[in-house]
Write a new protein. Structure first.
Length: 647
């Protein structure tokens, strides 16, 4: 039987397990990336593992999220990461060099290799045929130490793209169409592979927009073949030697198949507050807008920016609109300047931001109360812009730029002929913002600012687990609900006790106080709990508050791994209707938890007794023996230490 592209890469990196969907496998990781909002924690954990140097082929530490320096905290964390990188053999990408995914695909991604990143949009590098996966910081720390990365072997989905995009329709519309069809839960446990005759006309930056937002499907990753288009991109980046071809075998077997005729697509938008709430721009109509933000790791490539500049050239931004533009990398910004396109943007009235995540993660540019904000980002989760009452619509760069001019949501097809932009044959390469590590790091001093606080570590599970229901929440709760992140909170990513006081507050402002008063307990949730970010803080903050288990209808992949890594039990209702048999402050107990968790791994249900209502609720969990062992040890760090002692 033939292999898919990802099965080929996995088979070459397989350390243990069987490549059968649903089985736990371990793979070798060639490259890692971190960014600063998850990186501080990942490096604290790497230090706790106690190795002298990373063992990967390449590891890069990016500074791109926490770039507003309104106090000492972010700058302190940046210095910490820089000194850790120097000491342990990691390349350091300075603030200003760009968003991790954009820079990684430009300068480091290699087809056929594996990449693990402490950011959920790591699959961006699937755009050049890399198996690129997002994970929690601790998993990345282990991979930096040369340890295996464990994941459930995903099912394979083929999406065939045929035909040509119409003028003014772009890659963003393709992935929004995929989201419309599959929804934010549709990719869980799956890898999405793209195929079809349309690929010959999709450049690497366009492919990367699509793989980037595969994260919004909940997919493990997404991948494109590595072909002549990939070779042209790598060669334009001056690194043709990194090219490796990759395609599926002709008889590769897929579990699911979709077909999209690109010629049928029209400009789309994802309405508040979910990336799968998709409709045509035409149908939504000309709603008045207050803000347009162009950038983020989804649509900040040179091609995207040149299109925007061409649309803005010789025109003016509407008086009621604030247009902010953040080019994805210093390379993009430099080339925009060289070509005069930056000048066109500035002349039109755009506010140019540094090359960083910026508005996408609420690091500045929070819109006004009740604002309508159009963004080329990948996520429009509730509150993420920094303004709870704002309505964020996700659109492609063409819709964004056209609307910035008119002041209303605009179908760009009304603007006349579309600008014709093609990939340059040479990108200007300047890596002087990438700082190499010390040859020998043993004498390098790691500098820690006062904001860095010890992170909570769980205890081994013994006896019963008892406590009250501390909160009940619905379906599709995102990590932005669990651990909100905005300009005020992001500086505390290395201070979990501080962050814990904000945990789940968008759902219930009383949650942290209640959890503390009750001495911890249980979270009850609907389907797809923890979708979105890879932030481990969405597990660390509940741990800090004493949360022992989460009972949910289903979990998002990265968040479930983060819960297990921190010793918090992720339990799935066997009968989803049992969700209704749990109320706030109900008293729950898992008797003899140790034995029950072992049984879970062998497929037996675990009983949660609701003492308040005198009923027993059967739960399951797709736990491997390894994961059960980690839970029993009280998390991955404890487990790793215990195993080191017995070796
Ligand atoms: C995001 O887009 O939500 C982030 C911020 O990049 C996160 C990482 C984080 O929470 O620090 C992600 O996608 O994993
Ligand atoms: Fe940064 Fe936004 Fe991309 Fe996350 S999604 S890495 S915050 S640009």
């Amino acid at each position: 039987m033939g292999l898919t592209m990802s099965q080929k890469i996995i088979s070459r990196h397989l350390l243990s397990g069987e490549m059968t969907a649903g089985c736990e496998i371990a793979i070798r990781i060639d490259q890692t990336l971190t960014q600063d909002s998850t990186g501080t924690m990942a490096y604290l954990q790497f230090e706790a593992i106690g190795l002298p140097r990373v063992k990967t082929e390449l590891s890069v530490a990016y500074i791109d999220h926490n770039t507003l320096q309104t106090g000492f905290e972010n700058a302190d964390d940046h210095r910490y990461i820089q000194t850790v990188a120097k000491k342990y053999g990691i390349l350091f990408s300075k603030p200003g060099n760009g968003v991790c995914h954009q820079v990684h695909i430009e300068r480091f991604g290699v087809p056929g290799k594996t990449l693990l990143g402490s950011d959920s949009h790591t699959p961006t590098c699937g755009g050049i045929g890399m198996l690129a996966i997002g994970a929690g910081g601790l998993d990345v720390a282990v991979a930096m130490g040369g340890g295996p990365y464990y994941l459930t072997m995903p099912r394979m989905v083929k999406i065939e793209l045929s035909g040509r995009l119409q003028p003014w329709v772009s890659a963003k519309d393709i992935i929004l169409e995929v989201l419309r069809r599959l929804t934010v839960k549709g990719g869980v446990g799956k890898i999405i592979e793209y195929a079809g005759d349309a690929l010959a006309h999709l450049t690497v930056p366009e492919r990367a927009t699509i793989t980037n937002m595969g994260a919004e499907l909940g997919a493990t990753t997404s991948i494109f073949p590595s072909d002549d288009v990939t070779r042209a991109f790598l060669s334009a980046q001056g690194r043709e030697e990194d090219f490796q071809p990759l395609e599926p075998d002709a008889d590769a077997v897929y579990d699911e198949y979709w077909h999209i005729d690109l010629a049928e697509l029209e400009p789309l938008a994802a309405r508040p507050h979910s990336p799968d709430n998709v409709a045509t721009v035409r149908r939504i109509g000309p709603i008045a807008i207050d803000q347009v933000a162009i950038g983020s790791c989804t649509n900040s490539s040179l091609m995207d920016m040149l299109k925007v500049a061409a649309i803005l050239k010789g025109r003016s931004v509407h008086p009621d609109v604030s247009l902010v533009i953040a080019p994805g990398s210093r390379q993009v910004l430099n080339m925009l300047a060289d070509r005069g396109a930056l000048s066109d943007m500035i002349a039109a009235g755009a506010r140019i931001l540094e090359s960083a995540c910026g508005p996408c993660i609420g690091m500045g540019q929070a819109p006004r109360t009740n604002a309508v904000s159009l963004r080329t980002n990948n996520r429009n989760f509730y509150g993420r812009s920094g303004t709870a009452s704002a309505s964020v619509y996700l659109v492609g760069p063409e819709v964004a730029a056209a609307s910035a001019l008119t002041g209303v949501l605009t179908d760009p097809r009304t603007l006349g002929p579309a600008p014709q932009i093609s990939l340059p044959s040479h990108f200007s390469v300047n890596d002087n913002l990438i700082i190499p590590p010390a040859e020998n790091g043993s004498s390098v001093e790691v500098i820690r600012g006062p904001n860095i606080k010890p992170f909570p570590v769980n205890q081994a599970i013994a006896g019963d687990i008892a406590g009250k229901v501390l909160i009940t929440v619905g379906d599709d709760i995102t990590t932005d609900h669990i651990m909100p992140s905005n300009a005020k909170l992001l500086p505390y990513r290395s201070n979990v006790p501080y962050l814990a006081d904000h945990c789940l507050t968008p759902c219930d402002p009383e949650f942290p106080a209640r959890a503390k008063a009750e001495g911890g307990g249980f979270i009850v949730a609907g389907a797809n709990y923890g979708q979105g970010s890879s932030r481990e803080h969405a597990a660390l903050a509940p741990l800090q508050l004493g949360v022992r288990a989460v009972l949910a209808k289903s979990f998002a992949r990265i968040h479930m791994a983060n819960l297990i890594n921190n010793g918090i039990l992720p339990l799935q209702f066997k009968n989803p209707a049992d969700y209704d048999h749990l109320g706030l402050l109900d008293e729950l107990i898992i008797e003899n938890a140790e034995a029950q968790i072992r049984d879970l791994a062998s497929g037996q249900p675990l009983a949660v007794l609701n003492r308040t209502r005198s009923i027993s609720i059967a739960c399951s969990s797709d736990l491997s023996d390894r994961q059960a062992r980690i839970l029993l040890a009280g998390g991955l760090l404890n487990d790793t230490r215990a195993r080191e002692q017995t070796d």
